[in-house]
Design a protein around this ligand. Structure first.
Ligand SMILES: [Fe+2]
Length: 291
């Protein structure tokens, strides 16, 4: 029987793909803690030794269907059309896992959930997947990316996650899940001036109420209280909103039982600003969760 052996929420913000000298300069003399945080995350991933990594990609927006990368292999050179002046020429070369992608689609069809596997080898890449693959050095592990379907309610994301969890259980695979994205995702304006000289400092996140809400969510993660987060979703987190309206977190937690999930979060980095958005890496202890 297959299982989820690990799960994490991870930042992919593009500033982390700048060179170290520039990051240290922007950090007022010290690098972003998300960089050593990637090393901490790599140690956790190594310890659970997954057969496949599922990445919930908050930059792959789809309409009408939850989509799954079902290609056998992806290779090329990535250039972002959002910030090509520095995020360009990123080589990638990794395997997919068509069997898992097609198995998720099969379970979705059984359950009447609108999910499809797309096996076209030329399907575009997004940096929410590519940056994590690079920073976490995942090239030797098959990767399956999942889209963020933009005409969904939160319950639709939870349903998408449920079928992913069921497909994993029916497989013989040990799967790691990565929710790639930020918490609150309100950008600072183009001519904004940082209040704190360290650009990554949390006080540079867009609004005080977003900082407060993100930190409260992190505390609920620590306690394993995903039920409270889901209960407050519409009134709080959906309003901020989280990146891709929380498609990354909601699908991941849907795969782990939704409101029943009690996996405790372990922060692996400081909580930091990126262009006004709230970023952190958090590992979820799936083995320690109570049934
Ligand atoms: Fe992003």
């Amino acid at each position: 029987m297959g299982k989820i052996v690990g799960a994490a929420l991870a930042s992919h913000h593009p500033g982390l793909m700048q060179c170290e000298e520039f990051r240290v300069l922007m950090g007022n003399g010290a690098d972003s803690d998300l960089i050593p945080g990637y090393a901490r995350l790599r140690d956790r991933i190594k310890a659970v030794n997954p057969d496949v990594v599922v990445i919930f990609d908050t930059h792959w927006f789809t309409t009408g269907y939850h989509l799954i990368d079902g290609g056998p292999h992806y290779e090329g050179s990535y250039i972002s059309d959002e910030m090509p002046w520095y995020l360009h020429g990123v080589p990638y070369n990794y395997r997919g896992h068509p069997e898992l992608a097609l198995a998720i689609e099969a379970v979705a069809r059984e359950n009447g959930v609108r999910t499809r596997a797309i096996c076209h080898p030329e399907l575009g890449r997004h940096y929410a997947s590519i940056n994590l693959i690079k920073q976490l050095r995942l090239e030797d592990t098959p990767i399956v990316s999942i889209s963020s379907c933009q005409n969904c309610e939160p319950k639709n994301f939870l349903e998408s996650g449920e079928v992913i969890g069921e497909a994993i259980r029916r497989s013989n695979l040990n799967v790691l899940m990565l929710a790639s994205g930020a918490l609150s995702h309100k950008f600072n304006n183009i001519d904004w001036k940082p209040g704190n000289p360290r650009i990554f400092h949390e006080s540079n996140v867009s609004r005080p109420e977003n900082i407060e809400s993100d930190k409260q969510a992190i505390e609920f993660f620590r306690q394993g209280r995903h039920d409270i987060i889901l209960e407050r979703w519409d009134s709080d987190y959906r309003q901020k909103p989280w990146e891709a309206f929380g498609a990354h977190y909601l699908q991941m937690i849907g795969a782990m039982g939704g409101r029943e999930c009690q996996a405790r979060g372990v922060p692996l980095s400081e909580y930091e600003n990126a262009r006004g958005t709230g970023n952190i890496h958090i590992w979820f202890d799936v083995n320690g969760q109570q049934a």
